[in-house]
Ligand binder design. Sequence first.
Ligand SMILES: [Ca+2]
Ligand SMILES: [Ca+2]
Length: 139
Amino acid sequence: MSVEILDGETIRSFVEDEQAFNISVESRFASLDTDNNGRLSYIEMMKELLSLRVIETHFGVDNIGLSHEELVQVYGSLFSRFDHNGDGTVDLEEFRAEMKEMMLAVANGLGFLPVQMLVEEGSFLKRAIERERAMKLTA
Ligand SMILES: [Ca+2]
Ligand SMILES: [Ca+2]
């Protein structure tokens, strides 16, 4: 984990760079798929959902204030958003499509004001920041 400063544009330009985004989607998918069966189970997805800090950004609440049952419900409904065909697992295409939506939603939520965020190593937000940093260095 590290504390990073990012704004909506950092995330948006990352998502719109299809090549960079797809590479990240595929490597993130592979690292989450701990049993290597090509699909993400609910348990495997939890790590990603937690790293996105979706609770805070989408629901405006701190997850510390939620009961265990409430958290299960929130993450369950997030998981079914990813699982488009409802087969109980998330495949690469479902993951890619929903990741894109979610990252753009986070970007819109951030807007133009840079915010400080706790970012997990290897997460999408971290990759978005690293990409921007690399581009600034080569510019
Ligand atoms: Ca799996
Ligand atoms: Ca599915």
